[in-house]
Design a protein around this ligand. Structure first.
Ligand code: IDC
Length: 322
């Protein structure tokens, strides 16, 4: 009798450890996204297949750090995201602090564990000209490109939205050249995304004079569907036709304030165009802030294990239609 019990427990233990071993192997196997490169206007993976990035962006990580975690990112992965964007505001007034580098690293780790791509976003906004905080930007990109050189799921977005009295020729392009050569010292291959004039809308201007002699460079286009309509889509079409590789690193279907009514009709036109050109898109923003661009309902307090029912109206529309 005793012998039978011992045999039975040994047997059960073997089954349990076996099952756990298999689970560990499966989760490790999920964790290696193929390296990306830019080919023409598109992103391709190591075997040359077109990859469309579909992602979610954090809100400013100084304001909503609680959503920078694996369970949260995994929830969006289950809903179709393959990318996370970490928005690191560059202006002191918007919460810039070097102590937040750690949060970025946590976010990178979480996304990497999940086999997702990560966009490290230097989120200039109120500081308008990327040159304003160039010194801090240099420090930031030196730190991250050194630390993650060779890690194949990282993309660098070097200036979210240049705006104000800023031109491509005099301000953004020279800034971009500096950041690109700085990042390339350590990371030879990662995709680097350059912001464009007028809150990352004027891709047509950039297309007339893009950065030369550099590989794996893309340009940002942002839209908020209730504000930005045909005239911005025309810029995108023009730039795409002249061969400019574009990534929509930020969009929502409300107005440009990040709030206001949703325009699903215009949003539908945007999605159709992006799908046609196979352009990647990243939705603003992972938070439950009381604004219509927040992807999570303001009544939902969860910061992980987010289900479809926890999403806001824009969140639901985007996860269904992107
Ligand atoms: C908005 C946030 C809002 C915050 C504001 C100021 O949604 O909660 O108070 O920034 O920091 C952008 C920017 C992005 C904006 C968003 C909506 O890249 O930072 O977020 N937006 O205004 N460009 C166009 C719209």
């Amino acid at each position: 009798m005793k012998k039978k019990i011992i045999l039975f427990s040994v047997f059960t233990a073997m089954i349990l450890t076996g099952a756990l071993g298999i689970r560990a192997a499966v989760s490790q196997a999920a964790a290696k996204p193929s390296p990306l490169r830019v080919k023409g206007t598109r992103i391709v993976n190591a075997s040359g297949k077109t990859i469309t990035l579909k992602g979610v962006s954090t809100h400013g990580i100084a304001w909503y750090p609680q959503y920078v975690n694996k369970s949260c990112f995994q929830s969006f992965k289950k809903m179709g995201a393959n990318t996370v964007r970490l928005a690191f505001y560059s202006d002191d007034a918007a919460g810039y602090s070097k102590s937040l580098y750690k949060k970025v690293e946590e976010g990178i780790q979480a996304a990497t564990d999940l086999g997702m791509y990560v966009v490290i976003d230097w989120h200039i906004l109120s500081d308008g000209n990327p040159k304003t905080n160039q010194k801090k930007a240099k420090e930031f990109f030196t730190h991250f490109s050194k630390k993650y050189a060779g890690q194949t799921n990282i993309l660098y977005e070097i200036c979210n939205e240049p705006n104000g009295n800023v031109t491509w020729q005099k301000d953004i392009k020279p800034y971009a050249s500096k950041m690109i050569s700085l990042i390339r010292k350590y990371d030879k291959k990662a995709i680097i995304i350059v912001g464009t004039p007028t809150w990352s809308q004027d891709v047509d201007i950039v297309a007339q004079n893009p950065i030369k002699n550099q590989k794996n460079i893309m340009y940002a286009l942002h839209f908020y569907a209730a504000t930005h309509k045909d005239w911005i889509r025309d810029k995108l079409k023009k730039a795409n036709q002249s061969g400019l590789p574009i990534l929509v690193t930020e969009f929502s279907i409300c107005d440009a304030s990040g709030n206001g009514a949703l325009d699903t009709k215009e949003a539908g036109k945007w999605m159709k165009l992006l799908k046609k050109y196979k352009i990647g898109r990243i939705a603003w923003n992972i938070s439950n802030k009381n604004e219509t661009s927040a992807l999570i309902k303001s009544s939902c307090q969860k910061t992980g294990n987010i289900k479809k029912g926890d999403l806001s109206k824009s969140g639901k529309w985007i996860m269904k239609n992107w």
